[in-house]
Every structure is written in C-alpha cells, then in structure tokens.
Ligand binder design. Structure first.
Ligand code: EUG
Length: 602
C-alpha cells in the first residue's frame, strides 16, 4: 500500500520500519513535493571515487572481510557502499552518508552497511570488526539530522544499521506504564501500536516523530510532554560491548524467574552498584540493542502561545519563566521561538521575501510576519498545561499574570487561530502525538540543509542574553538568518539554533562551518557549552570541557581503551578517540575550516 498526493509516493509504516503512518500520508506527500520543488541538485550523481575503504585496510582485506560477514549474516545483510549517493528527504533518508553534508557529499561516507537481525548478530558483527580492524558505526534509524545523520565520523567505517531488522516493540506494560523497544522503533511506530492497543499512554516525542525512540534517548534528546527528558525517563538497557559481550543495566542485571526478563527492569532505573547507563549515552562504549522507557498516562491538556513584540523582551521573558518552571506551574518544557520561524513553518522561502543574496532584514521579517495570524512580533512562547480544566484555568491565570507584565504581550489558544496554524501541531506534540511539521523551514534555501548549534544557557535573563547576543552577532557576520528554538527549563535553556544552508553552495558551507566554530569558541569563553553537536564539531566541543587539564576526557579515554582495546566502535564519536587514532591528526579543532578531506592531518 502506498500513499499518494500530487503523484508523490512516500513509504508507509506497513512497508518500511522507518515509514510514514497512514494518518500522516498526505502531509508527508505534500512535504516531499515541496522539498523536491525546492531542489536544483540531481537526485544522484555518479560517484567521483570508488568505495571509501576503512583506514589502513586494503581492498583485498576489505573484500575478504565482507565475504566473511556475508557468510555469517546472509549476503543480503551486508551491502558495500558503492552506488551513487542519494540525499533523499526526511522520510526517505540515506544510511550511507550525511544527507545534510556540510562538506563534500562523498566525504563523510561509510564503506558498507550491515544489517544485524538480533543481539547475537550484533555480537558477531562486533567480533568481526575486531578481527579485521574495521571501525563500525551503529545507527538506530539514522535520522539524527542536523547532527550528522547516519554518517560515521571516520570515513570508510562500516555503518551498522540496527533498525532495519531490529524494530520490535518488545513489550508494552500498561499497568507499569512502560515499554521496551529495539533500535528501529520510531516514535511513529510506538504511537501507532499504543493506539492499536487502545492504551491511555503518551509517547513523548521530539518536534519530528521519525526518529528512533532508543537512539534519541541515548543522544539525550528532548521532547515536550512532562516526560520530555528522554534519557531521564529511560529504564533499563541491553548493551553489546566492543568486545562482543552483552550486559543488561539496572534491575535487568538480575535474571527473572525461569529465564524471563527481570520483572522490575522497567520500574527502577538505578538498581544496585554504580549507575552505568549514562556512559552508554553520547559515547562509543557500547551498542544499545534494547531499551526500556516509562510512559506518561494520558491526561487532559491545553496548548497555547504568547507573543512578545521586541527582541529586547528576551531577558524579561526568561526571568518570568524561571519561577514558573522551577515550581512546576509549567508542566512541560516550553519552546521560545522567533517570528521568522512562523514564516519558515508556513512555507515561505528566503528568495520569495528578499532580493539577492544575504539574510532577510528586520523590516522584511516584520512586513511578512504582519500578514500571518499571530501578526508582527519577535518572540513566540509555545506552552502547554496539564490536568483537569479547572486546574488548567488556574494555572493559566498565574501564567498570564506573569507574561502580561511585558508591554504588548498577547495570548492565543488554538481556537483563536486557523486550524492549520503551527500551534495545532504543538498541541499534538505536547500531548504525545508524533507529527511531521517542522520540515518546511528547511526549504528556506534551495537544496536546504541544516546544522544545529545547541549550547546550554542559564535560565537567567542577563546570562541567556549573552548567548543570544553571541549567536545573533555571529549569524549576522556570516550572512545567515537566525532560527532560534529555545527549550526553556527552570534552571537551563537548550538554546537550539538551526543554521540553514544550500547544500549545492560550497561557499555557504564554509560560512556555516566558520559560524559554528566561532559560536562554540565564544560561548565557551563565558562557560557556555553545547549539550550535543554534529559529528564534525564534536572534537572542538569536547575540547571546551577541559577543566583540570581535561580530566574528563582523560577519564573517557581510559574507559575507551579498557572497553575497546582495538578501537573499533565509532572512533571519534563525541570527541572520544581510541588510542589507535589519538593524536594522529583526526581531531578537528577550532581551526578546522576546510573539511574537504577528513582523515589524519599533519
Ligand atoms: C530541536 C531541539 C533540540 C535539538 C535539535 C532540534 C528543535 C528543533 C532540544 O533539542 O537538539 C525544532
């Protein structure tokens, strides 16, 4: 079965583990046709070079290794990456390279893709990697877009695509309000299954629902219900270590009766002894093959937004959010965006609103925004309150009394706005329904690609403003419009900005790289660091966490060398290099602007 709109076909969830649920079929087809319309690049071009081999591995040895692994997993479960590279789009994304390449498309590529079908096959794959000295790079779904997608940090590594054959929802426990999933389970898939079973449980979802529930959590992603801290709400892991051994964390380390899984595996995260789950997040210490999550029981809810007129209102907005968030009057992590995203999410493109190169001016943004439902403003606060209606009303009275202290503040409910307004999608996301909306703003540029810059700022107006000023000034310097999406909690802000560039424009890519590098350096000088970053910026970000002679990295390297003596698992991920690679010029620091050749540098 396929879904059609404007003769555009998108894969369904029935056809493909990473596909589109039927309820979003038309939305996906329309989104795809807008992406294609906005593209000047061909779907694929002939490869300029042959297969990118793993570092230090000859073609002969590589072919022998591939043959052996095909024997173990089945020939169809090992693919050599020698075909033209296809960037695709969100719902049909590649597992061969970074679709949003910030360097040459052929640079950040794998040598092969491996599809294990079970934890045992992941173990065999890891043992194979050790035997042949081939670095492997596991992905769950590979939709970590804006952070590197499916690409390995070391060109020529073999990607282990876990999701293709390991996408079972292992368990949903309605009484315990929890689940266990394999890497290939997307938010879409888990949501559909919970609906099919008619369970009153929410799936906390990020802004887009195509990602892996497991993968997003181990990258410490964020969602927008009260269970929005994905790693905090995980409960139990099964992990294949770099030597091929397998372990379970938390209560799962104790066997259940008669060979069953432990009955409290999804009930208590910490169990007994050191809490080791954290070392398998944002790391290269193990491959997570199963993961438990606690799910929120469905409740009543009300989404809303406030608009604020001036950029300078930022400090006061942040200081008003702080007590509301710390005292949990705000039940979820709200988003603070700028009005330019209203334009983007409504499908406006830079070239439609601005003549020639360069970003939109403030006047152009205001003029275009004034024609939209929220009108001209600068900041938009998207919130959601939870509980019975009378409780929500009381909460909203407190919140309004706070925000209406800002001159010109306005309040909107979804019923005040057209049904297709973005607030309707926020209402879904904030109540555990994964959507497909935050894609259109990537069409801001032709062949639009994006890169996230994601520092943590304090929820304190004067300090948050420093981050905002660094980011805004740097965007201006490099000729990019600023697209900030701030997730504001009681003590810190995930200050996410999305740099949107034309994939076909090498000059724009260099500007985006310089912009990233300078923002990282300038924020770090004030003590503000990134919570997550694109693969090619991980070394620089890791190097800013250098207190006491980089004691943290020394500790990570000690673990890495102990757990992965042959250095085969995701070398360089999050800046952690095994000893075989360390100090040989792989690290990309603040001065690495030319990324056209990623490999040992002099
Ligand atoms: C977003 C939020 C993130 C992130 C990347 C993107 C939102 C985009 C809170 O973390 O890391 C609309």
């Amino acid at each position: 079965m396929t879904t059609q709109a404007a003769s555009v076909i998108v894969p369904t969830l029935q056809e493909r583990h990473s596909g589109t649920p039927a309820r979003l079929g038309e939305i996906a087809a329309a989104a795809k046709s807008r992406v294609l319309e906005n593209r000047t690049l061909p779907t694929a071009q002939p490869r300029k070079r042959s297969v990118r081999l793993p570092p230090g591995v000859s073609l002969e040895k590589f072919e022998e290794a591939v043959k052996e692994l095909k024997g173990a997993l089945g020939a169809e479960n090992v693919e050599v990456n020698d075909q033209p590279l296809v960037d695709g789009w969100y719902m049909e994304h590649p597992n061969t390279h970074d679709a949003f390449h910030i360097t040459d498309q052929e640079e950040l590529v794998s040598s092969a893709t491996i599809y294990p079908g079970s934890t045992e096959e992941v173990q065999s794959t890891v043992r194979w990697a050790n035997k042949f000295g081939i670095p492997v790079y596991p992905i769950s779904i590979g939709r970590n877009l804006g952070y590197g997608g499916a690409a390995p940090r070391v060109p020529g590594a073999a990607v282990i695509d876990l999701g293709r054959r390991m996408h079972e929802i292992v368990n949903i426990d309605a009484e315990n309000a929890s689940c266990v999933v394999e890497p290939g389970v997307t938010y879409y898939k888990l949501y559909e299954e919970i609906q099919n079973r008619k369970l009153p449980l929410w799936v906390d979802t990020p802004d887009l629902g195509g990602g892996s529930v497991l993968g997003n959590a181990i990258d410490r992603g964020v969602g927008y219900t009260p269970y929005g801290d994905h790693f905090a709400n995980h409960c139990g892991m099964e992990v294949v270590l770099p030597n091929g051994e397998v372990l379970r964390t938390g209560m799962g380390a104790m066997p259940g009766p008669n060979g069953a899984d432990n009955p409290t595996w999804q009930s208590f995260q910490h169990a007994f002894g050191p809490s080791i789950d954290g070392i398998f997040s944002q790391s290269n210490f193990g491959i997570v093959t199963k993961m438990g999550f606690q799910l929120m029981p469905a409740t009543e809810h009300q989404s809303y937004c406030f608009t604020f007129p001036k950029d300078e209102d930022f400090e006061q907005i942040v200081d008003l959010i702080r007590p509301l968030a710390q005292s949990r009057v705000l039940g979820n992590v709200p988003q603070l965006r700028q009005v330019i995203q209203e334009l983007g999410v409504a499908g406006h493109r830079r070239a439609d609103l601005h003549d020639g190169p360069g970003p939109l001016t403030q006047e152009e943004i205001s003029a275009a925004a004034s024609k939209l439902p929220l009108g001209d403003c600068t900041w938009i606060f998207y919130g959601c309150q939870y509980g019975p209606p009378e409780s929500i009303k009381a909460q909203l009275d407190v919140i309004k009394a706070a925000f209406f202290q800002i001159p010109g503040a306005k309040f909107f409910l979804p019923s005040d706005l057209p049904p297709d307004h973005y607030l309707s999608d926020r209402a879904l996301v904030c109540s555990g329904v994964p959507v497909l909306r935050d894609l259109d703003w990537l069409n801001w540029e032709p062949n639009g690609a994006h890169l996230f810059f994601s520092p943590i700022a304090p929820t304190r107006g004067k300090d948050a403003r420093k981050v905002h000023e660094i980011v805004a000034a740097a965007h201006k310097r490099y000729g990019f419009n600023l697209f900030p999406t701030l997730c504001v909690a009681g003590r810190e802000i995930h200050y996410i900005t999305n740099i949107i560039y034309d994939r076909a424009d090498p000059e724009a890519k260099v500007r985006a790289i310089k912009l990233m590098r300078e923002m990282i350096t300038e924020c770090a000088a004030l003590g503000f660091g990134e919570y997550r970053t694109h693969l090619l910026f991980a070394d620089q970000v890791a190097s800013t966490y250098n207190w006491n002679n980089s004691a943290l990295m020394t500790f990570n390297e000690t673990l890495k060398d102990a757990l992965d003596p042959n250095g085969i698992l995701a070398p360089g991920r999050n800046g952690i290099w095994p000893k075989q690679f360390r100090g040989k010029g792989w690290e990309l620091g603040a001065d690495a602007i030319d990324l056209t050749s990623i490999g040992p540098r002099k």
